[in-house]
Write a protein that binds this ligand. Structure first.
Ligand code: NAG
Ligand code: NAG
Length: 448
C-alpha cells in the first residue's frame, strides 16, 4: 500500500514537471506581433495578412518623410521613446542570444523587426540636434476606434532639438542605433556604419543638451512621461562603448553613473538594471553583479506575489513589470549570479503567463487566451466593412488574432477579465512584448 502511494505520488510529481511550453513557438509568434504593429508601407513578405499599408502621409513639420515604425500599443500613435527602447532590447536579445533565434528559425525575422524600427528612427533624426519623437496626438487618436488603414485624424509630428532637448529620448535612440549597428555588422556593413554614425550624433545631442523629452514634447508627457534622463545618457554611453570601445564614452559613464545609484529596475523609462548588466560585461567589475544580486534576491523573495504566485509590481500591465524584472535576473543568471535559482524561479513566472495560472496571457498560445485584447486594428472587421465604437463595445471577440501579443495581465489577486474595455489589464504594446520575448529567448537558448 505504502509502496503504491509512493508510486502514485511519484507519477503525479513527474506529471507536474512534464507540463512544458513550446518556447520556440512563443518566440516565433512574438515576431508576428511586431509585424501586426507595423505602420507605413508593408513589404511583400509581410506574414500578418490582415494588415495593410497605413499612415502613408506621416511627415515632419518641413515635410520630412516619417512613414514606418511601430504603432505603440492598442492605439496608433508612434511614441519614439518606448519604440527606441523596444529596438534596443530587440537588438540586445539577438546580440547576446543569437542561438535562440537560430533554433526557432527566426533570426532573419528578428533582423527585420529591428530594422523596421531603426529605419524609422533614422528618418526621425533630421539634423544633428533634431529628432522627431512622436507622430500622432494621444487624445485625438484615442477618440476613434478604427483600422490604422482608415485613419483620417490629424497626425502632427513633434521633435526635440537644442532649445527643447530630450536627453532620455536621444540617449535611448542612440542606444538603439548602437545596439542595432552591432547586430547588422555581419549582415550589412553599410547599414551598420550608418546606424553607428547616427548613434554617435544622437549621443552627443543627448549629452550636450540636457533635459527631459517629455518637457519638450507636451503630448508625450500625458502618456510616456520620463522620470529622468541621466540613466539614458549612461545607457547610451555604455552601448556606444560596447560598439566602439572608445574611452570617451566610458568617461561619460564614469562621470554620470554615480548620480544614478537609486534603483528601480528596468523599463522604457528606467535603464539602470540594463546599465548594470552592460557595465558588468564591459568592465568586469563585480560591483555591478552585486547590485543585480541585491535586486533579484529582493524580487524573488520579498516582492509581493499574487495568490497563484506571480511576482507583482503594478496593477496596470502587471506582466510587463514582471517581465522587465525577469530580463534583468535571467541575464544576471547568465553572468553566474545565483544561476540555478534565478532560472528556476524565472521559468515559473513565465509558465504562469503561458498557462500555469489556468489561462495563457499570450494571444494564440495554449487553449485559453485573450480573444478581446484592447487592440484596435485586430478588433476591427476587414475592409470595406466599417469599424467604429460598436466594435469596441460589442461582446464579440476581435475579428483577427493579434498572435503572439502578451496582454497587460492580471490584478494583484490573479483576477482578469478578457474585455476590450479593460485597457490596464488587456491592452498590448511593443514594450510589453519585447520584455517577454527577451526572457523567452533565454529559455530557448537554455534548451528549456
Ligand atoms: C524645437 O522643438 C520645439 C519642441 O518640439 C519646437 O517647438 C521648436 O519649434 C523647435 N525649434 C526649431 C528651431 O525647430
Ligand atoms: C545595406 O544597407 C544599405 C544602407 O541602408 C542599403 O542601401 C543596401 O541596400 C543594403 N544592402 C543589402 C544587400 O541589403
Amino acid at each position: 500500500m505504502e509502496f503504491k502511494t509512493t508510486v502514485v505520488l511519484f507519477f503525479l510529481a513527474s506529471l507536474e514537471y512534464s507540463v512544458c511550453y513550446d518556447y520556440k513557438t512563443v518566440l516565433q509568434k512574438s515576431l508576428l506581433f511586431f509585424e501586426a504593429q507595423r505602420s507605413g508601407k508593408l513589404p511583400a513578405d509581410q506574414k500578418v495578412k490582415w494588415r495593410a499599408d497605413s499612415a502613408l502621409h506621416d511627415k515632419g513639420r518641413k515635410g520630412e518623410d516619417l512613414t514606418g515604425g511601430y504603432y505603440d500599443a492598442g492605439d496608433f500613435v508612434k511614441f519614439g521613446f518606448p519604440m527606441a527602447f523596444t529596438a534596443t532590447v530587440l537588438s540586445w536579445s539577438v546580440l547576446d542570444h543569437e542561438k535562440a533565434y537560430v533554433k526557432a528559425g527566426v533570426l532573419e525575422d528578428q533582423h527585420k523587426a529591428i530594422k523596421w524600427a531603426t529605419d524609422y528612427l533614422l528618418k526621425c533624426h533630421v539634423g544633428d540636434n533634431q529628432l522627431y519623437g512622436q507622430v500622432g496626438l494621444g487624445q485625438l487618436d484615442h477618440e476613434s476606434w478604427t483600422r490604422p488603414e482608415d485613419m483620417t485624424m490629424e497626425r502632427p509630428a513633434f521633435m526635440i532639438n537644442a532649445s527643447a532637448p530630450g536627453s532620455d529620448l536621444a540617449g535611448e535612440t542612440a542606444a538603439a542605433m548602437a545596439a542595432a549597428s552591432l547586430v547588422f555588422k555581419k549582415v550589412n556593413a553599410t547599414y551598420s556604419a550608418l546606424l553607428l554614425k547616427h548613434a554617435r550624433q544622437l549621443f552627443d545631442f543627448a549629452n550636450n543638451h540636457r533635459g527631459k523629452y517629455s518637457d519638450s514634447i507636451a503630448d508625450a508627457n500625458n502618456f510616456y512621461p520620463s522620470s529622468n534622463y541621466p540613466d539614458e545618457i549612461v545607457w547610451g554611453a555604455a552601448w556606444l562603448y560596447r560598439a566602439t570601445r572608445e574611452q570617451k564614452y566610458m568617461n561619460v559613464v564614469n562621470e554620470i553613473y554615480p548620480t544614478i545609484q537609486y534603483w528601480d529596475g528596468f523599463s522604457w523609462d528606467d535603464k539602470k538594471g540594463g546599465v548594470d548588466l552592460l557595465l558588468a560585461d564591459l568592465t568586469k567589475d563585480s560591483k555591478y553583479l552585486d547590485k543585480l544580486k541585491t535586486f533579484c534576491d529582493y524580487a524573488f523573495n520579498k516582492q509581493a506575489k499574487t495568490p497563484k504566485g506571480l511576482i507583482f509590481y503594478s496593477e496596470s500591465a502587471s506582466l510587463r513589470s514582471t517581465n522587465n524584472m525577469l530580463i534583468i535576473c535571467l541575464e544576471a543568471a547568465e553572468r553566474g549570479v545565483n544561476a540555478a535559482t534565478y532560472r528556476k524561479e524565472s521559468k515559473k513566472q513565465i509558465d504562469y503567463m503561458l498557462g500555469d495560472s489556468g489561462f495563457s496571457y499570450v494571444v494564440g498560445i495554449g487553449n485559453k487566451y485573450p480573444t478581446h485584447a484592447h487592440h484596435r486594428s485586430s478588433s476591427c472587421p476587414d475592409h470595406p466593412a466599417q469599424c467604429g465604437w460598436s466594435f469596441f463595445n460589442s461582446d464579440a471577440p476581435n475579428h483577427h488574432m493579434v498572435e503572439g501579443a502578451i496582454v497587460g495581465g492580471p490584478g494583484s489577486k490573479d483576477a482578469y477579465v478578457d474585455t476590450r474595455k479593460d485597457a490596464p489589464h488587456n491592452e498590448v504594446a511593443c514594450d510589453f512584448n519585447v520584455a517577454f520575448q527577451a526572457c523567452i529567448a533565454i529559455l530557448v537558448e537554455l534548451g528549456y
